[in-house]
Design a protein around this ligand. Structure first.
Ligand code: PLP
Length: 414
């Protein structure tokens, strides 16, 4: 059974100033599996298994997972309903491509779309395998649908590492890694309505936005900015594309960010938590866009395969049956309040289970200190912001355990 250490009911505030806190950075082991290309700085942990909000390493050490493997383990680790559905589907039919019909595909797609139905809005889904692939497909749809070739995106947004996805990514570090520059892409300051109005015109195919910028430390814009995105897109005949690869499937306390502030985009990209960790992505499309798509224009061999569809259907069932949207809203608020009361926490940004926590401590050092205390968190592109992206099943008690560990790590409790 997962450890459910009782939460401190009140986060105690300390008067004394924070001691200097610069523990040695996490020792970066070479990747545990030899033979892999060295693309990620791995934490010095080799995991063995998981259950709910907890994971265990090969030495039996237990960690509270406030990161969910890059915001992926939406229903928690190895949820029995999801694991059972994947196993049952594997016994029934591991794979057949979309050259045939599949009942599980119809049921899963129907259920996904039932959460977003909006009058005259999104009614169809195109499935692929990764987030970057969803972005590529959505931008291709926008370009082909409008017959235009310009794309507007935003500073701080992250959209993936393929050629087009890295070009529309608004963080210099990742853009610089694109193999070459694609023409027609303009990156604007996030939240700047004036810059948006100036940049978008009748040559713009798509306005692409990550509504809560995760890599930037879970940054959000004012509600008027999202409405300006919709108005500017509509006014200029461009398509509004929401990258909901992290915000989608419950992470903000609603199934999608789309619909918030009265804004329904034309295209929605999903990945990460959609299959609880089974590789899957989707672009949700309005009827008008879908109608213009010809056979053969899009496709992915594995897209909408039976295993991925079974994983997605089970994920959506768990979210519904366990009232996980309400859980995210409730525990997210609890976390935000608790964080704000911890000495040393300078700001909390984001929403629901997408929270950036700013402190004076360098994020990698704080991450290392938390890992020492058995808690996994993420860093971000902001050197002083750690990211919390826990499984949607995280309970108040588990959130309390985290708050306690953070307070200890910041020197408030010894
Ligand atoms: C908001 C967002 N968009 C796109 C991507 C790219 O997804 P993938 O790594 O599955 O290609 C990511 C991945 O971190 C993401 O967070």
């Amino acid at each position: 059974m997962p450890n459910t250490t009782t939460a401190p009911s009140v986060v105690v505030a300390f008067d004394e100033t924070l001691p200097d806190f610069e523990p040695e950075p996490v020792s970066r082991r070479p990747v545990a599996t030899t033979g892999l290309v060295n693309t990620f700085k791995a934490l010095p942990v080799t995991l063995d298994r998981g259950d709910g909000s907890w994971v265990w390493d090969t030495e039996g050490r237990q960690y509270l997972d406030m990161y969910a493997g890059h915001a992926v383990a939406s229903t928690g680790h190895s949820h029995p309903h999801v694991a059972g559905a994947i196993a049952a589907q594997a016994r029934q039919l591991v794979f057949y491509s979309n050259v045939v019909g599949l009942e599980v595909r119809d049921r899963a797609a129907g259920k996904l779309l039932s959460y977003i139905a909006a009058p005259g809005g999104i009614t169809r889904a195109l499935f692929a395998n990764s987030g970057a692939e969803a972005i590529e497909n959505a931008l291709k749809m926008a370009v082909r649908h409008t017959g235009r070739n310009r794309i507007v995106a935003f500073e701080g947004g992250f959209h993936g590492r393929t050629l087009l996805a890295s070009n529309v990514t608004g963080t210099e570090k990742y853009r610089a890694q694109a193999p070459f520059n694609v023409d027609g892409i303009e990156i604007l300051p996030f939240g700047d309505e004036e810059a948006l109005r100036r940049a978008v015109d009748d040559r713009t195919a798509a306005i692409l936005v990550e509504p809560v910028q995760s890599m930037a430390g879970c940054r959000m814009a004012a509600p008027s900015f999202y409405r300006a995105l919709r108005d500017t897109a509509t006014g200029n005949g461009a398509l509004l594309v929401y990258d909901e690869i992290q915000t989608g499937i419950g992470r903000t306390g609603r199934m999608f960010f789309s619909g918030r502030d009265g804004v329904v985009p034309d295209l929605v990209c999903l990945a990460k938590g959609i299959g609880s960790g089974f590789p899957l992505s989707a672009v949700l499309v309005s009827e008008t866009v879908a109608d213009g798509i010809a056979y053969g224009e899009y496709g992915a061999t594995y897209g909408a395969g039976p295993m991925a569809m079974a994983a997605m259907l089970a994920t959506l069932e768990v979210i519904e049956q366990e009232s996980l949207l309400a859980n995210v809203a409730d525990v997210g608020t609890y976390l935000e309040r608790g964080l704000s009361a911890i000495p040393g926490v300078e700001a909390v940004q984001g929403i629901g289970f997408m929270l950036g926590v700013r402190t004076a401590v360098a994020a990698p050092a704080l991450q290392a200190a938390l890992l020492e205390r058995g808690v996994i968190v993420g860093t971000s592109d902001d050197p002083h912001v750690i990211r919390l992206l826990p499984p949607l099943v995280l309970s108040r008690a588990e959130a309390g355990t985290f708050l306690h560990s953070l307070e200890e790590s910041l020197g408030g409790r010894q």
